[in-house]
Design a protein around this ligand. Structure first.
Ligand code: FEC
Length: 309
């Protein structure tokens, strides 16, 4: 009987309670503890969205959903492992478990659509290094899945739905955003910026949007320049240009979490209100089965290319 294919679903991870914010933030900062002020600021943002982020539960539901689809589609059965970038179970823990369960071949996929060496590349590196150290499994990775047709279908519906909440949809500006990254990726031949544009353009084409643009959100405070324009600056500019309604599509994120529930729903909404703009956010993908089908499709395509040596 064919052995199951290991399915390593990787995601960002979130603190399970406010006490875990410090180790989490320290891990994100590659071992450098944040200042008291930085920590208080982050704790305050978690408190503002209710104390904890719903991300952990959504990630688990997404991972189970992808595995369920794959185990029903008639293809090779999969065995699911979940690995986080910044909280336990870490990617390394998941790979250890895979080895213990005798998984020989695996596909790794990250719950974020666009590839950057600084984001998806980091997840893959962690899995590759753990597999090398522990003696397997052989991995093949889905690099990006932003152009999966089923994903674009759901994203298109999300934008369409948000536009329907506008008073004058043809005159609303649709802003497609993703997590900002340090501007130095522009010198690294990194596909991140182009991929954000590709998926946004695909949606704009399908809806024949007259007004759409690209922007960035949630930039870090690291002292170096980050990709812009930031969504907050965009709102100010749109006001100046005479726009009255804006649809925010955080297409770089696939779940309700801090960067959406705080950065858009609180911070950007507050500014929009101050400016007198009507801001509507598209619903996140969460565990929508049509979206999970897109990820399952990406896994099967990757599997059919055979395992990496
Ligand atoms: O709901 C939650 O609890 C967690 C939400 C969360 C997601 C997320 C996704 C991405 N990040 C990306 C890049 C960076 C870079 C830095 C950085 C910092 C933070 C901090 C928090 C945080 N991120 Fe995150 N990110 C989430 C949360 N992120 C909290 C620390 C405080 C702050 O800056 O707000 C800067 C690191 C440094 O200081 O050196 C870079 C990227 C994504 C989207 C792809 C992915 O999901 O992996 C890229 C969700």
């Amino acid at each position: 009987m064919t052995k199951p294919l290991g399915l390593l679903v990787m995601a960002y991870g979130t603190p399970r309670n406010l006490d875990e914010v410090l180790p989490y933030y320290t891990h994100i900062r590659r071992g450098r503890a944040p200042s008291e002020e930085q920590l208080a600021d982050l704790v305050g943002r978690y408190q503002a969205i209710g104390g904890v982020s719903p991300l952990a539960a959504i990630t688990e539901a997404q991972a189970r959903g992808i595995a369920d689809i794959l185990n029903r589609d008639g293809g090779r059965p999969v065995s699911l492992f979940l690995g986080m970038k910044h909280t336990s179970p870490f990617i390394e823990d998941a790979v250890k478990e895979m080895v213990a369960e005798g998984i020989e071949e695996a596909v790794g996929i990250v719950l974020a659509p666009h590839y950057s060496a600084m984001s998806i590349g980091g997840y893959q590196k962690a899995a590759r290094e753990a597999a090398k150290e522990l003696g397997g499994p052989k991995f093949r990775f889905v690099d990006s899945w932003h152009m999966e047709p089923a994903f674009l279908d759901v994203l298109t519906h999300r934008v369409e739905h948000a536009l329907a909440e506008c008073e004058n949809p043809p005159e609303a500006m649709v802003v497609f955003s993703a997590h900002s990254l340090p501007e130095r990726i522009l010198t690294m031949n990194d596909p991140y910026v182009d991929q954000l544009h590709q998926s946004g353009e695909a949606v704009a084409d399908r809806l024949n949007l007259q007004h759409y643009m690209f922007g960035w959100q949630s930039a870090g405070q690291t002292g170096e320049p980050w990709l812009g324009p930031d969504i907050l600056d965009i709102l100010r500019e749109l006001k100046g240009d005479g726009f009255r309604e804006v649809v925010s599509c955080s297409q770089g994120f696939v779940a309700d979490h801090l960067e959406v529930l705080y950065d858009i729903d609180i911070e950007a909404q507050d500014l929009a209100k101050e400016l007198g703009l009507h801001l509507v956010r598209t619903r996140q993908m969460n565990d929508d089965s049509r979206f999970l089908q897109a990820l399952a499709d990406a896994v099967r395509k990757c599997e059919s290319q055979g395992a990496e040596a």
